[in-house]
Design a protein around this ligand. Structure first.
Ligand SMILES: Cc1ncc(COP(=O)(O)O)c(C=O)c1O
Length: 165
């Protein structure tokens, strides 16, 4: 089941996802994305750790992720660049092994599917942007989709849970 929370834009969607999942410390991310992917990490008081991309897909290279994990790492924030899905299966294996949360920046990936499922079904949460530069747009806008089944209990976020649909 996916829950969706509409937001004013994709940047706030990233920030809400980070906060809702209680992410702190270091976040492994991609250097090849829109600036908001990294600035959202910084604005939420976390530290971005860049891992290089796969030159074929322009998405984060999962084979390089484990070498960047330290005891402070709590999450991976990866972008489905130009709508090309990240290697979600490899990232899932690494995340489970190290107890990391996974957020996908799906700002470019509206209506993208992978193995017959919406790309939004992968990871703990995904974010969308409906900015005028995107394939599907509402001039400004965004959303967080989340695959969690249990209510989020992070105090600031819990009050918004009833509005996640
Ligand atoms: C990959 C990516 N992430 C995040 C954003 C931020 O979205 P918004 O402009 O709606 O804040 C964009 C928008 O350009 C983007 O391309």
């Amino acid at each position: 089941m996916c829950r969706l929370r509409l937001m004013a834009n994709g940047t706030l969607a990233l920030q809400l996802a980070i906060r809702a999942l209680g992410i702190t410390g270091k976040v492994i991310t991609t250097p090849f994305s829109y600036v908001a992917t990294t600035s959202a990490i910084l604005w939420e008081g976390c530290e971005p750790v860049f891992v290089d991309i796969d030159p074929k897909t322009c998405c984060i290279d999962p084979t390089l992720i484990e070498a960047a994990i330290t005891p402070d790492t709590t999450a991976i924030l990866a972008t489905h660049v130009y709508g090309i899905p990240c290697d979600v299966e490899a990232i899932d294996v690494i995340a489970k092994k190290h107890g990391l949360k996974v957020i996908y920046d799906a700002a470019h990936a509206f209506d993208v599917t992978y193995k017959g499922k919406s790309i939004l079904a992968y990871g703990d949460a995904s974010t969308l942007s409906f900015h005028a530069t995107k394939l599907f747009h509402t001039v400004e806008g965004g959303a967080v989709s989340c695959t969690l089944k249990k209510p989020i209990t992070t105090p600031v976020i819990a009050q918004f849970w009833p509005y996640w649909r």
